[in-house]
Design a protein around this ligand. Sequence first.
Ligand SMILES: *Cc1c(COP(=O)(O)O)cnc(C)c1O
Length: 215
Amino acid sequence: MTISKNLEALKTSLPEAVTLVAVSKTKSNEAIMEAYASGQRIFGENKVQEMVEKYETLPKDIEWHMIGHLQRNKVKYMASFVHLIHGVDTEKLLAEINKQAAKHDRRIPCLLQVHIAEESTKFGFAESELSELITRIDEFPNVEIKGLMGMASFTENFNQIQQEFRGLKKRFDQLFKNTEAAVLSMGMSGDYPIAIAEGSTLIRVGSKIFGARNY
Ligand SMILES: *Cc1c(COP(=O)(O)O)cnc(C)c1O
């Protein structure tokens, strides 16, 4: 019952315009079904194989979001059903998604990941690469770029997280002001209130719903 309670509490605190992705990586089908029973239909995973297994065994009205760093050779396994790919961080990955989507005669919705954190270990395009790629986005007709995704630094420093999200929102406004239903994916369990205050339209929350992950 904890999961549905956590979920209810979280949902009532969210503005209506903010979409919640329940991050279910490492969590069991039982845990996911508890969230499903209280109405959640959008789930996020960061491993393709795990997502495919869950997709095959769980109800078909679930929207599966790939939120993690993605290897090109794995795209084909989820190309038929993935609802949104958040972490598109290289042009080569974008090209592969385009290719696999074409095989299924679909356009796969994607977000471009922008590097906003100070840690170099985090993924994403640099500002300059991003602007250049956007000018050539027609080269990828089977990909639908819906918006941007970013992860703030892992820090207790509120101001720093705020500034990182604020910068991303600014880029988002510049690049996607004419895109219908554009998506700005920012905010996780530790920082989603800041992300929402800075204009996030979609948050990715795991441990706050499902409890800590044991790897
Ligand atoms: C795991 C993960 C999350 C959720 O993290 P929590 O801190 O458990 O909310 C969000 N985004 C990405 C990219 C993740 O890998």
